[in-house]
Design a protein around this ligand. Sequence first.
Ligand SMILES: [Fe+2]
Length: 158
Amino acid sequence: MNRRMFLQSALTGAVVAVSYRTAAAISYFPTKVDQALFQNINRVKDPAAKTPLEKGHAPVIIAPASVKAGDLFTVEVSVGETLHPMGPAHWIQYIELSIGNEPAGRIDLQPKGYMKPKAAFTLAIPKESATEGKITLVARQHCNLHGLWEGNFDITVT
Ligand SMILES: [Fe+2]
């Protein structure tokens, strides 16, 4: 191999490597997303006038308004008022639930289409966890294109 052929093949290899790296980066880290959604935890700003993005991403928590300390109850968390899509380019990566600031559980989801962004958690609140007679459930979900979203739900504990 002479010098000219060596330089030609090295240059071709570099162009192919850069092209491959760029294509891979675009498919895994799409650039056409609103970067502002990834800078904070997103929440519904006005519950009486939700935007389409808020309707599609804010966690919807279904739980009893009042529970007895120590008794089992179920909390359902859905992503969106109508369930968020779950395809390979746009999906919900996880749903997690906290009791106040204490993490309670988390479910990771795969973008396979048959997995839907809805989870059920079974809880029992000890009396000592609800010193003021109530707790706040905090649900969070992460969308690969629209960032982290949070919703709250207060429960009275008797
Ligand atoms: Fe989304």
